[in-house]
Design a protein around this ligand. Structure first.
Ligand SMILES: [Zn+2]
Length: 366
């Protein structure tokens, strides 16, 4: 019989304990407790019990009486040696039986669950917000559309005034949008609308809905300025910037809810919509949207600096409110210089006919 070193060094012994094999009368045995409990009768090995199989049974004598799950049902062993009994109590973890086993299993599960909760909490609070940008592409288009629809409702409630729907104005706007989409050279799922609000603002919602507010249309001094703003917004749509900003602003729970397909239901969608309206874009997002607009304008042979011009005018306007375009798109000198540098001379046809320009400027007139 091979013995592990621990078995050899840790073994304890007891002489003249009482053993019954379940068939014959109880007799005196010697016990050795190592990796197993070994029972010897007059020096001969009689039985070996695995420690995990040993259970306590009640005894009238007050001594520790044990049995083994793998031994014959009536077999038992009674230990009157206190030191040996203590060693049995210490080494046979399941001495008290299944109830103890279940209790220990419950503790193990609780410990595992705690570890899991800690890991998830760490993910939620530290990792996922940092990943919002990378997770945005994982959001299904259908979920982004739902967020956009909720944001649309919230935006309309915020910018009271209703949609501007003069047929001539809408037709003129549709022609401009179609030209810009063609020039963009990438598939753009955008729907552009106008709201009769005096605020000088334009914004893109998740899912591709873009709004021009009446105040911004009135500030525009040329089709190029308006086209520059629209092309800038289309850049945000192409990069899903509104969704990215919402995920960053809305935090981890929102990101998990949205990335998992809105599994957390309407609450996550609505929260994402709110976040998309309050979140500001990153500086990188603004630069990329400017570059996108500059590419579109250059392709049309129209000056990209027109976008910088209208932004500068709005920035200088005392009527600007915190809700304005510039909160989402703060104009820095760097941005303006960049637009200037990327601008070409006007060599192409105007983006709008004179008639369309007038019709668009009157789109909110009833
Ligand atoms: Zn922007």
């Amino acid at each position: 019989m091979s013995q592990s070193p621990s078995d050899a060094t840790n073994a304890v012994f007891a002489r003249a304990q009482i053993y019954s094999d379940g068939g014959s009368a109880p007799r005196r045995v010697d016990l050795r407790l190592g990796d197993t409990l070994q029972i010897f009768e007059e020096g001969a090995f009689r039985a070996g019990w695995a420690l995990a199989d040993i259970r306590r049974v009640s005894s009238a004598t007050g001594a520790l009486r044990i049995r083994a799950l793998t031994a014959p049902p009536q077999a038992w062993c009674e230990i009157s040696d206190p030191a040996f009994a203590a060693a049995i109590e210490q080494r046979c973890r399941l001495l008290a039986g299944d109830r103890q086993e279940k209790r220990e299993a419950r503790w193990r599960i609780a410990a595992l669950a705690t570890t899991g909760v800690v890991v998830i909490a760490a993910l939620v609070w530290f990792v996922i917000p940092a990943l919002a940008d990378r997770l945005a592409p994982l959001v299904p288009a259908s979920v982004e559309k739902q967020i956009g629809a909720a944001a649309d409702t919230q935006a309309r409630a915020r910018f009271k005034g209703g949609a501007c729907v003069s047929p001539a104005g809408e037709a003129a706007l549709a022609r401009l949008v179609d030209r810009l989409k063609l020039l963009a050279g990438v598939p753009l799922d955008v729907q552009v609308g106008v709201i009769a609000s005096p605020v000088q603002n334009a914004f893109a919602l998740p899912g591709g809905r873009v709004y021009l507010l009446r105040g911004l249309i009135e500030s525009a001094q040329s089709p190029d300025e308006l086209a520059g703003v629209l092309a800038h917004e289309f850049g945000h749509v192409a990069h899903r910037d509104s969704l990215r900003a919402a995920l960053r602003e809305g935090g981890a729970a929102l990101t998990i809810g949205v990335v998992t397909g809105g599994a957390f239901g309407a609450g996550a969608i609505s929260a994402a919509a709110r976040a998309s309206l309050s979140a500001a874009y990153s500086r990188e997002a603004e630069t990329e949207a400017d570059d996108f607009a500059a590419r579109v304008m250059n392709k049309a042979g129209r000056p990209a600096r027109a976008l910088g011009d209208i932004l500068k005018r709005i920035a200088a306007d005392e009527r600007s409110t915190p809700l304005d375009f510039l909160r989402d798109h703060p104009l820095t000198n760097e941005r303006q210089d960049r637009l200037e540098n990327e601008s070409t001379k006007a060599s192409g046809e105007p983006l709008m006919s004179a008639g369309d320009w007038l019709a668009l400027r009157a789109i909110c007139n009833r």
